[in-house]
Write a protein that binds this ligand. Structure first.
Ligand SMILES: O=C(O)CCC(=O)C(=O)O
Ligand SMILES: [Fe+2]
Length: 420
């Protein structure tokens, strides 16, 4: 197979070819006479890919003197997973107003609260995703954190590499993450909300050893940590409010799930998606489901997040709504609810002109939590338990391994714990 993709962008015709056999890296890069370009992605043109087998470094993409653009094959999605660049307008995920939570008058809010809870139930069941407005998080803190994130990613590569995440410490900077064994077109900075935090030393079930981990911060850029601290406090309050709404929406007491989060292992991630010369071939993040309990995501005004619609499997773009948060239920809520709420697949498109920034909070329980369907939710309407219990810390450690290297086996998924 030899693919040629023609696209007209910024007055250059880009032709990309990929050989059938990815294993012949880097020979499958078809552009021979390449020159380093500074035009589309200035700061990324310095980036290199380390090919483990050869140790040879290559540019993320190359442009020949004929104007042909090639991105490195590690980023290229299989045909069936590539994004559609042309799309029609469709109804988006539900938008939910949380202002009743901030209302001081409790007698008025009883009815309103019931309405809100039923909106959450509906959205969680139909979409697994919704957006919230009037959520109580100060927009000033969010903007400051976005600005600090932008400045951090604009630092010279050597500075970012000083706080690089690795297989021992999962917190810090990283630009070579894989999703489903394909490289994402992004760079990230991961922060543990609880600092220091304890995680299982390995994914091996019998290994009881714990490892203490701390965040890494860039030495000459204190602004990032300061902005983070203000933001984290606010966004955590929202996370607990949403957790209580989810509990109520499942017919549980409001604080039923709170105990799991006493020693929570939540993470905040800064995502940076640089412009990509071939957005029809690569993804910012490949299709995936979030493994934790809830994700609370702030995105900028560029757009790119797509959600898989449950009714027909179509990819639906989540249009940016100023100051809104995008909420999705993760695998843990799917298991707790015994499949009443599903953790829905999503992915991120990139574009050739604009860089994009987003900031998710992955709201996760304590590492020692055994995740299983909640007994109150096993009843006549929803019998019997569909999953056996699994340990969240071990699940997370196992998942993380596949972010670093191509694995022969599929990474751990909740359906591996399904009872047939
Ligand atoms: O950047 C986004 O919009 C979503 C990112 C995402 O899905 C993730 O980091 O898990
Ligand atoms: Fe995600």
């Amino acid at each position: 197979m030899d693919m040629s993709i023609l696209m007209q962008k910024s007055s250059i015709i880009c032709t990309l070819k990929r050989s059938d056999d990815d294993s012949k890296l880097p020979g499958s890069l078809m552009v021979t006479k390449s020159v380093q370009v500074q035009c589309i992605i200035n700061h990324w043109s310095q980036n290199t890919i380390e090919l483990p087998s050869t140790g040879i470094s290559h540019q993320f993409y190359q442009i020949s003197s004929m104007g042909e653009v090639a991105i490195h094959p590690v980023f290229i999605q299989d045909l069936e997973h590539r994004p559609k660049i042309i799309r029609t307008e469709v109804e988006g995920i539900p938008l939910i107003d949380l202002s009743v939570l901030n209302s001081p008058d409790s007698s008025v809010s009883d009815d309103n609260l019931a309405r809100l809870v039923s909106e959450i139930a509906d959205a969680s069941q139909k979409w697994g995703f919704f957006q919230v407005i009037n959520h109580g998080v100060q927009s000033e803190y969010r903007e400051k954190f976005f600005l600090a994130s932008r400045k951090f990613f604009a630092l010279p590569k050597e500075e970012k590499l000083k706080v690089k995440r690795d297989e021992v410490n999962p917190f810090g900077y990283y630009d070579t993450e894989l999703t489903k064994n394909v490289r994402d077109w992004k760079e990230v900075f991961d922060i543990s909300v609880d600092d220091p935090t304890f995680v299982p030393a390995s994914h091996q079930p019998d290994d009881k050893e714990l490892r203490q981990l701390t965040n890494q911060w860039p030495q000459y850029f204190p602004e990032l940590r300061e902005a983070y601290e203000l933001y984290a406090e606010e966004i955590l309050k929202l996370a607990f409010k949403l957790l209580e709404l989810i509990a109520l929406s499942l017919g549980l007491p409001k604080t039923r799930l709170n105990g799991f989060f006493k020693d929570h292992t939540s993470r905040i991630r800064l995502n940076h998606y640089p412009p990509c010369p071939t957005p029809d071939l690569a993804l910012g993040v490949g299709r995936h489901k979030d493994g934790g309990a809830l994700t609370i995501l702030a995105q900028d005004d560029v757009g790119g997040l797509e959600v898989r619609r449950k009714t027909d499997g179509e990819w639906i773009l989540v249009k940016p709504t100023p100051d809104a948060y995008i909420i999705n239920v993760g695998d843990i809520v799917q298991v707790w609810s015994n499949d009443k709420y599903e953790s829905v697949e999503h992915r991120v498109m990139v574009n050739s002109e604009k860089e994009r920034f987003s900031i998710p909070l992955f709201f996760n329980p304590a590492y020692y939590t055994w995740v299983e369907p909640l007994e109150e939710l096993i009843n006549e309407q929803n019998p019997p338990p569909k999953y056996k219990a699994y340990n969240w810390g071990k699940f997370f450690s196992s998942r993380r391994r596949s972010n670093f290297k191509k694995l022969e086996v599929e990474n751990l998924q909740i359906y591996h714990f399904r009872i047939n």
